[in-house]
Design a protein around this ligand. Structure first.
Ligand code: PBG
Length: 306
């Protein structure tokens, strides 16, 4: 009766990894998560939807990688196929797409590189990100979510979408994204690990929180409709300050791959109660200020909540 924070399946966004071909390829470091063919992704989205989860976020593993990631904005790209298939089968499902270069580039970085030293360039990516977002919107994506921490990405995507008549497609910005070791298993899943170096030139230092407010303010100015803090568990204080600074914007927290893998590993050893620990963790993220939680545990958590 006096509980202040209520967790609900409708708070969840369920991540799906789609790839070409047929069937499922389990991801070793993320038990229960698989790379899915388009039809498997539709099944997975249907079962999530039937559990009361309103939304999925899509990540693509392209057939071929190259220096700029051409499949990222190809009409027959894997994410483009998955958006159409999910929207055809479950029109009510809110389809969010991750907009970034790292899964598509052969070097695994979130942007094109300066040839002389391999530094991730900023501005040359803005056009590409706009093209990717428009291509997703054309296939029926409901929300685009740029994740690369490229300066100006929200404004560039907003401009590109508006120019093509997608004024009503909202942008969920990965506004506050740390250079985190918790992304390790995701990089197996999405096959998007950088071939050399790291992402510290554009992702944030884990010690910083004032910078989080600056990053969020820039994205709000550029037209972000929703904000995200990522990862979640080690950054609950950041979720709180961002929510307090921008109370009018929906805030998402990304309960990332490493957070999921830790719980799965400890549970598999019988060291913790997976259901209780997961629901407690997700409740903590909501209590910290998240309105939405992107989580690989979405379907299981929805079951446990029932
Ligand atoms: C980049 C992207 C990453 C994640 C989501 N989008 C990886 C990265 O920045 O290296 C990580 C999500 C997770 O760990 O679950 N497209």
């Amino acid at each position: 009766m006096v509980r202040e924070t209520e967790l609900n399946a409708r708070d969840f966004i369920y991540p799906l990894f789609v790839r070409h071909g047929s069937g499922r390829t389990e991801i070793r470091s993320m038990p229960g998560v698989a790379q899915l063919s388009v039809d498997e992704a539709v099944h997975e989205a249907e079962s999530a939807f039937s559990m009361g989860i309103p939304s999925v976020i899509l990540f693509g593993i392209p057939a071929q990688k190259d220096p700029i990631g051409l499949e990222n904005f190809a009409d027959d790209g894997i994410v483009q196929q998955a958006i159409r298939a999910i929207k055809r089968n479950i029109p009510e499902m809110v389809v969010v797409t991750d907009v970034c270069l790292c899964e598509y580039t052969d070097h695994g970085h979130c942007g094109v590189l300066r040839p002389s030293d391999g530094y991730v360039l900023n501005d040359p990516n803005l056009d590409i990100l706009g093209k990717v977002a428009v291509s997703h919107a054309e296939c029926g994506a409901d929300i685009v979510a740029p994740s690369g921490m490229i300066d100006g990405m929200v404004a560039a995507i907003r401009g590109a979408l508006d120019e093509r008549g997608f004024e009503n497609t909202p942008i969920l910005s990965y506004a506050v994204k740390y250079a985190s070791a918790f992304y390790g298993p995701f990089r197996d899943a999405a096959e998007g690990a950088p071939k050399f170096g790291d992402r510290k030139s554009h992702q944030m230092d884990p010690g910083n929180v004032r910078e989080a407010l600056r990053e969020a303010a820039l994205d709000v100015d550029e037209g972000a409709d929703m904000l995200m803090v990522k990862p979640a568990l080690a950054y609950l204080d950041v979720i709180r300050v961002v929510k307090d600074a921008f109370p009018e914007l929906p805030l998402a927290a990304y309960n990332v791959s490493g957070e999921y893998a830790m719980v799965k590993a400890a549970a598999a050893n019988g060291w913790i109660d997976e259901a209780k620990v997961t629901l407690e963790t997700l409740t903590g993220m909501k209590r910290a200020g998240a309105d939405l939680i992107i989580t690989y545990h979405a379907v299981e958590a929805a079951k446990w909540l029932k």
